[in-house]
Design a protein around this ligand. Sequence first.
Ligand code: CP
Length: 346
Amino acid sequence: MVQLQALSQRNFLNTADLTLQEIQQLIELALKLKQGQSQASLAGKTLATLFFNPSVRTRVSFATAMFKLGGQALDISSEGAWAFEYRDNIVMNGATIEHVKEVAPVLSRYCDGIAIRCSELVTKSAESAKVGAWETAKQDIVLKSFAKYATVPVINMESNVYHPCQGLGDAVTIKEKLGQTQGKKYVLSWAYHPKALPMATPNSQMLAACDLGMDVVVAHPEGWELDPEILAVAQRRAEQSGGRFSISHDQDEALEGAQIVCAKSWGALKYYGQWEKEKELRVQHQDWIIDESKLQLTDQAHVMHCLPVRRNVEISEGVLDGPQSIVIDEAENRMWAQMALLATLL
Ligand code: CP
């Protein structure tokens, strides 16, 4: 049996950095904490949370997770901090005030962990702003720089590429609802949304479902392919867990017999940063919504969404308010998953 102590003092940047056994044990610990069957303490410990983007669930669930464990989260969001520099060998005579080479080790002296949310697409408010190429965004410079210069664990609260806390929380929710997950059908369905959204959440949701040994189908219209390197990791994790992984461009076919349907919108990688072009493609797929008729195709599937959700755009009102929606439980489980994670890492 792998001991969770092996994760102590490690970073949490992507669920796929952990073994399947480590993920399984974090899920078990989260469910035990939720059921009051296990206790953990981070008394006297502090977590610095840096949000470069808006957040409701992640911000509050990390704060409450630390509080419930007897520690404290310190929110030093971007508005309240200096403008940080990440480039090497830079003459800092411009807008940036403090280099990550100082701020990460300084925060490491005060705090027992550093959690970062930095998604370029959201920071630069997608449609109007100039966003760099995907290959640059994929480097996750902000998150990786903090991980490089911090001397305490760094937690990814959503970067350009991954949202592993959402992935872990979703895995806890799926396990809680289904019990045995092996071979059960999970569909991650692209959904229409009026704005181009990041791919971090669907990447991590897909990876987490693959870790559970499920029959994972990622359904999206042609042109909405996720990053091929990450798809390859999903395929590998599915094989390791005894599950299956496939892509479908037919939403109805994909939904047939599903036990879990997770709706999520994301942007088209091939038009990353070219939002006018991307929008031309996107508006053609407004029928990609999870509504009552789509749900009829499933095996009474539980419906998931990471939230925030656009009602009657991504998921119909009837489905969201109906008995098959588990989006509120899913949001709650972010907290229990993060309690397990924090208690283990810190
Ligand atoms: N799902 C999620 O991460 O929500 P927030 O953006 O509100 O934190």
